[in-house]
Design a protein around this ligand. Sequence first.
Ligand SMILES: *[C@@H]1O[C@H](CO)[C@@H](O)[C@H](O)[C@H]1NC(C)=O
Ligand SMILES: *[C@@H]1O[C@H](CO)[C@@H](O)[C@H](O)[C@H]1NC(C)=O
Ligand SMILES: *[C@@H]1O[C@H](CO)[C@@H](O)[C@H](O)[C@H]1NC(C)=O
Ligand SMILES: *[C@@H]1O[C@H](CO)[C@@H](O)[C@H](O)[C@H]1NC(C)=O
Length: 492
Amino acid sequence: MMLLFLLAVYSPLVYANAPVRRPLEKTFPLNFKFGAGSSSYQIEGAWNVSDKGESIQDRYAHEHPEKVVDGSNGDVACDSYNLWRRDIEMATELGLDHYRFSISWPRLLPSGYPNYISEDGRNYYNNLIDGLLKNNIEPVITIYHYELPQVFQDLGGWTNPLIVDWFADYASVVYSLFADRVKIWLTVNEPLIICDVSYIGISAPGLYSPDHGLFLCNKHVLLAHAKAWRLYDEEYKPKYHGMVSLTQLFFWFEPETEADSELAELTNEYCEGRFAYPIYSKEGGWPPALKNILDENSYNKGFNNTRVLQFTPEEIEFVKGTYDFYALNHYTSFVVKAIEPNEAAGDWPFSGSSELGVNFGPHPTWEVSAGFGIYPPGLRRQLNWLKNRYGDIPFMITETGYASYPFHGLNDDGRINFIKDYLNEVLLAIYEDKINVTGYTVWSLMDSYEWESGYTAKYGLYQVDFESPNKTRTPRKSAKYYADLIKNRALL
Ligand SMILES: *[C@@H]1O[C@H](CO)[C@@H](O)[C@H](O)[C@H]1NC(C)=O
Ligand SMILES: *[C@@H]1O[C@H](CO)[C@@H](O)[C@H](O)[C@H]1NC(C)=O
Ligand SMILES: *[C@@H]1O[C@H](CO)[C@@H](O)[C@H](O)[C@H]1NC(C)=O
Ligand SMILES: *[C@@H]1O[C@H](CO)[C@@H](O)[C@H](O)[C@H]1NC(C)=O
């Protein structure tokens, strides 16, 4: 994540900023895992070395620099393709339990198809995995973090039902090469970005199709994930006992007033339920209340069921239950209210939804950094909402982070407070709400290419000097703080 956006701000009604509650127990459970994350396009660079194929990110950044705040791209980024030893060293300095990174599909499979595996691509990821394991750091791999081979985009990308097989074939190669050493897998990162933000023309491939592309992608992402999950479950789990899930980006929505409660619930379903309810619920398929609204909108627009694709009963069964834990990316909360008469709806998913008739923004009392309101209790409420819906399943926080913007120095007290206050809520969730939160992953290990924000939003525990030939990485104050926290396994 993420993007810079201007957000509407509303006046407080029911909201008061409650004093922070501190848990009695400040020590994390023994098996709680601390990590940090990154993704291939954002750090690797080396976009055209060796036999690597072109991804939609390469194409988009090269053809549409105007879509990126600073006109930059990931051609070189942190140069982790060459500097991976330093990345492992940083993960070791922090004392991480796990390091989450992703595999670049066109680096491993230059043609996109499994007919040919790049020797250099395979070596790169083997070196990274082996180097982490040698330092007792568990590799957590994201199979797809937005790097669709351009060849598939030319055939419709995530709107083409064949993507389900293209993706499963790729995942199959990834498992066959690395599943002997990697036990935690994330199939797809943030479908909310892949489908919603891409099909309102912001992220690659930058197509504008909010009525159709968005929902086609939504269904196909779920089927592709399910197929890759089942592949592991049948062929690899019996031997390697690993875990596979899809990573959800879930913005948490709270009602502005009591009267907006139902709309806030629907907005949560629209953000999270469209991608998770089919997987985690007992019934499967689209969330019922939301489905009614979407179907009615489709009918009113004259599209009927060519817009929000229905699931067949077989597809519902195919997707349902395809998880081993819940992978949650949490960045922010919003306060929701119904659109006033004559008021325009903001853009989903950043300020409103015409589909639902809502607008939202951060509460005026919240600190806002890089467009995101900071509201630590939102994470705990979200975890409770998920547990109430899907039951007592394990939750792993696979991303959460703070962009120091516009301040980019080494003394990042804002980030330290962010980590401290959100982990405080995690402790409350674990000990008071009895929610099985198994891990926490800071976004990000180091500053990197932040998609449409280019190099302007800095999320790193380590600062990267992008001007230096060695992309020099320097620990920020938060790196020291996080390392101490991990060593003590307690909030100090
Ligand atoms: C790779 O891309 C860079 C631009 O990022 C360009 O300068 C270079 O010539 C390209 N190398 C090859 C082998 O195409
Ligand atoms: C949509 O469905 C309704 C009810 O089934 C039907 O009467 C109408 O002709 C359909 N419209 C389109 C555009 O298919
Ligand atoms: C939490 O989930 C993990 C699986 O990720 C499991 O091993 C552990 O026993 C669970 N803990 C509790 C308290 O249920
Ligand atoms: C870059 O790294 C190399 C190898 O670690 C080192 O010898 C060199 O001094 C570094 N250069 C700069 C400008 O830091």
